[in-house]
Design a protein around this ligand. Structure first.
Ligand code: 1HN
Length: 357
C-alpha cells in the first residue's frame, strides 16, 4: 500500500524550488504521485448510483422515439441508452456496462453490422422480431435471452404487426476502456420473411440438458462464447419452477451457461434469472462489478444502499459495484440479471458477500 499522506508532508511547498519543479515536470507530462489523493481507497469508489427506470416511462419514451425518429438515424438502431445519473451525462449505466431499450416497429429493419463489444437482448414484452446472428435466424419472444457475441454480424427484422421493445446490454464501456472498439457494416439485406422455426444454434446445442453434438459430425466451436445463442423462456420458466419446488426457500436462482463447457455465456457478461415467491426476500448481498436487472413478471421492491424502490414488470435497475442489494417480492417476481462478473473473476477482482440484514 502506498502511503501518500506522510510523504506529502515532507515534500510540500515551503521549499521555494518546488513550485518551479512542478511547473517544469508538467511541461514534460509528468505528475508527482505524492501530491495525489484518493487513488487507493479502502473500498471501491463508485461513480454510478443506484437507479430504477420505470416500465411505463420507458415504453412511452420508446414509442415517442418511434414516431419522431426513423430507423436509419443514429447508428441504424432506435436505441435509448439508460444513462446513470452519477456519470455526468455519459450514455452508460455504469462505468463498465451499456444498457438500453431498443424499439422496432412493424415492417422495420435494423441493418446488419458487427462490432467487438458483445451484446445481449432480453425481451421484456411483445414478440415477433427476429434477429439474424451470423445469418442464423432467431425469433425473439417474451422472456427469451439472445446473445450477440463479439464480432458476430447481427440485424433485426420486425415482420409482425406490433412494435417491440427489448433490453440491450453491452460490454461497450469495457471494450472502449481497453481501446479495442472495432465496427463494420454488414451486407445490406431485404426483409426476409422466411424464418426457420428453430435456429441452427438451437438445433445443435439446444435440444436437451447436457446433450452436445460430438463424434464424426462434431461441430467445432472454438470461440469463447456459448454456441447456443438463444435461451428460451419456456425452458427458463420450467427450470425455475422445478427449482422452487425442490427447495423450500421460496427463492430460485439460475445461471445461463455455455452448454458445451463450464463457462458463462460470454467472456464479459454473466446472465442469471431469479424467481422469488410472494412475501420472500433474498439475502442482503453486495458484490464487485455492475449488475443490470430487469423485472419480467410480478412486483415487489428492491433495496439499493439505503433506499427502497418499488418494482413492477418491465422496470430496469442498476446495482452499482459494492452496493447493498436485496429483493423483496409482493407477487411472484421474476428478475433477469446480467453482470460483468466474468471479467472481475478472470482478473481475481470478484468479491461477493452476504451482509447481515
Ligand atoms: C447495437 O449494435 C445494438 O445491434 C444495440 O441492436 C445497442 C448500443 C451501442 C452500440 C451498438 C444492436 C447498441 C449497439
Amino acid at each position: 500500500m502506498i502511503k501518500i499522506a506522510s510523504t506529502a508532508m515532507r515534500y510540500h511547498a515551503d521549499n521555494p524550488h518546488l513550485d518551479g519543479f512542478y511547473a517544469d515536470i508538467d511541461e514534460l507530462h509528468l505528475q508527482p504521485l505524492w501530491e495525489m489523493r484518493g487513488l487507493l481507497t479502502p473500498n471501491p469508489k463508485v461513480s454510478a448510483v443506484p437507479h430504477v427506470w420505470g416500465s411505463a416511462e420507458l415504453r412511452k419514451a420508446a414509442e415517442r422515439s418511434g414516431q419522431l425518429v426513423p430507423i436509419d438515424r443514429g447508428g441504424d438502431r432506435r436505441v435509448l441508452a439508460l444513462s446513470n445519473p452519477g456519470l455526468g451525462g455519459k450514455p452508460f449505466i455504469s462505468s463498465t456496462l451499456w444498457a438500453a431499450v431498443q424499439f422496432l416497429q412493424p415492417g422495420e429493419l435494423a441493418p446488419a453490422h458487427r462490432h467487438t463489444p458483445s451484446a445481449l437482448r432480453f425481451v421484456l414484452d411483445g414478440g415477433g422480431v427476429y434477429t439474424l446472428i451470423d445469418g442464423d435466424p432467431i425469433v425473439m419472444e417474451r422472456g427469451d435471452l439472445v446473445l450477440t457475441p463479439a464480432w458476430t454480424f447481427h440485424e433485426h427484422h420486425n415482420p409482425s404487426d406490433q412494435s417491440m421493445m427489448w433490453l440491450d446490454v453491452l460490454d461497450l464501456p469495457i471494450v472502449a476502456a481497453l481501446d479495442a472498439v472495432f465496427f463494420e457494416e454488414g451486407p445490406s439485406a431485404e426483409a426476409d420473411q422466411s424464418v426457420a422455426p428453430q435456429s441452427l444454434s438451437e438445433q445443435r446445442y439446444g435440444q436437451g440438458p447436457g446433450l452436445v453434438p460430438t463424434g464424426v459430425s462434431q461441430i467445432s466451436h472454438d470461440r469463447a462464447f456459448s454456441p447456443l445463442t438463444v435461451y428460451r423462456w419456456a425452458d427458463t420458466d420450467a427450470a425455475l419452477n422445478a427449482l422452487l419446488e425442490a427447495d423450500a426457500s421460496g427463492h430460485a436462482e439460475l445461471r445461463f451457461r455455455d452448454p458445451s463447457r463450464d463457462r458463462d455465456v460470454m467472456p464479459t457478461l454473466r446472465c442469471e434469472m431469479r424467481r422469488i415467491s410472494p412475501g420472500v426476500a433474498t439475502p442482503v448481498d453486495r458484490q464487485t462489478g455492475t449488475r443490470v436487472c430487469a423485472v419480467l413478471n410480478g412486483s415487489g421492491s428492491v433495496t439499493l444502499g439505503r433506499e427502497v424502490y418499488s418494482l413492477t414488470a418491465g422496470d430496469i435497475f442498476v446495482v452499482p459495484s459494492w452496493c447493498i442489494h436485496q429483493l423483496q417480492a409482493t407477487t411472484t417476481m421474476d428478475v433477469f440479471t446480467t453482470s460483468d462478473a466474468p471479467v472481475l473473476e478472470a482478473l481475481e477482482l470478484f468479491r461477493r458477500s452476504e451482509v447481515p440484514a
